[in-house]
Design a binder for this molecule. Structure first.
Ligand code: FAD
Length: 417
């Protein structure tokens, strides 16, 4: 057994925190993971299950800026927003939009791709180690376009070419052959050949957590309410488990991370993009074999253990405002035009919160003003894909070892916090 490198507490047991726990444990740290609920049951539960090595176009892209007038008029199913919330967080919104330039788009794309490649390789290794290969599908992410015009307007292809992503473009008839479950409403499809998908993100997190606990990792179910920087270590106050102590501390609490880091005086520009899903029973006929993103409809259809998961686009509103199911209901209506679907599996759609920084890149690295404090959050639309790579990178930083890829765009110090 490796000699212990000291103790670490990780706050947040989503896929990011769980992968971080596993990577640090394997590096020889004594790790405790704290979550206020069952790990992997917030945002990490309800995504489309895509493990992508080429999800590299940040949301605040030049194309998004050009589409802004249409988006603001509420004419897109991909985006819904609360006017009063946007006005209250106008500063954050304007800073977010200020990154919508080509320079950031290219730089962010290359940085995301590098870390996603590391991440996908580590996912495959841990999936094999956990013995859950049955969850994994290969060649499992296809973007579909309803018209030639919408495919022609798809700028991300430029970025895919730049970083050398492996993809194939299919015409209407070829789409019918490779994905016969889809009705013939799509003019073009782009299949990301190396991307994988899991049929249950929750079971994936459970499997990684199983590796962690089997090797002696500790999981504490408690709400963290305070952090105290004592000489030589950290004191973590919780509601249900009292006071815990550790040498080092990682904040990996998704959309709640900025609030928690705020207790120590950090002002992190983190927002959230809420999203929904609902499962539908597939009708008789060929089953859907991969996750499909309808680029014009602004929703995804993903085969899951519970049925076909229809996910909504983005909702911008207060993190804890009551759910509004309009967007996901509209997505389901459109999905019925694309696939043969029967009844809804759940009565009530699921809702989650993608944690998003103003530059759409995660924060992975040391907190600037506290020794032994580390950040790992803000993975927006790609947290499932990027969790293992982010964990390996942070693990390297915590041991002052060479990082697996250039991490300078991900460091917390890129902001004045
Ligand atoms: C509809 C939808 C589809 C998506 N599809 C994909 C996809 O296909 N592929 C992909 O890569 N990504 C996808 N994403 C994004 C991905 O799901 C997120 O980026 C990822 O789940 C974020 O993980 P996390 O661990 O940072 O956050 P979370 O999963 O939200 O975990 C944060 C954890 O912190 C805990 N916590 C918070 N506060 C406290 C506290 N005070 N004390 C203790 N614990 C606390 C919470 O209980 C929670 O478990 C999708 C997201 C959505 C909404």
């Amino acid at each position: 057994m490796t000699e212990s490198k000291g103790s670490v507490i990780i706050v947040g047991g989503g896929i990011v925190g769980v992968c971080n726990a596993l990577a640090l444990q394997k590096a020889g740290f004594a790790v405790t993971l704290i979550d206020r609920g069952q790990p992997g049951r917030e945002t990490s539960y309800g995504n489309a299950g895509v493990l992508c090595e080429s999800a590299i176009s940040v949301v605040n892209s030049p194309a998004m800026l050009r589409a802004l007038p249409k988006l603001l008029l509420g004419r897109s199913n991909g985006l819904r927003f609360s006017v009063s919330y946007v006005l209250r967080r106008l500063g954050w919104m304007l800073r977010f939009l200020s990154y919508g330039n080509k320079r950031h788009w290219h730089a962010a794309g290359r940085a995301l791709r590098d870390l996603q490649l590391v991440s996908l390789a580590q996912h495959k290794a841990w999936i094999a180690e956990a013995g859950v290969d049955d969850l994994l599908r290969h060649g499992a992410w296809m973007k579909v376009f309803r018209s030639e015009a919408s495919f022609a307007a798809y700028e991300e292809r430029e970025l895919l070419d730049e970083v050398g992503s492996n993809y194939t473009v299919f015409e209407r008839e070829q789409i019918r052959q490779i994905e016969p479950a889809l009705k013939p409403i799509y003019a073009k499809a782009l299949l990301l050949e190396d991307t994988c998908q899991v049929s249950s993100p929750a079971q994936l997190t459970d499997a990684y957590l199983g590796l962690f606990t089997a090797a002696g990792g500790t999981v504490v179910r408690a709400k963290v309410t305070g952090l105290i920087d004592n000489p030589g270590g950290w004191q973590i106050e919780t509601e249900e488990a009292g006071r815990l102590v550790s040498d080092q501390l990682v904040i990996a609490a998704g959309a709640w991370s900025a609030e928690i880091a705020g207790w120590l005086g950090y002002d992190l520009p983190l927002g959230w993009e809420r999203g929904y899903h609902l499962h539908l029973e597939p009708d008789v006929g060929p089953p859907l074999t991969r996750a499909v993103l309808d680029m014009d409809g602004g929703f995804a259809m993903a085969p899951m253990q519970q049925g076909v998961r229809i996910t909504s686009g983005v909702e911008i509103t207060d993190r804890d405002a009551p759910p509004n199911y309009t967007q996901v209901r509209n997505s389901v209506k459109q999905a019925r035009g694309a696939l043969a679907l029967k009844g809804e599996v759940e009565d009530v759609p699921w809702m989650g919160r993608r944690p998003t920084m103003i530059d759409s890149l995660p924060v992975i690295g040391a907190a600037p003003r506290h020794s032994g404090l580390w950040f790992n959050f803000g993975h927006q639309h790609v947290g499932l894909s990027m969790a293992p790579g982010s964990a390996l990178a942070l693990c390297a930083m915590m041991q002052a070892m060479p990082e697996p890829v250039d991490m300078h765009l991900f460091r917390a110090t890129r902001f004045r916090i």
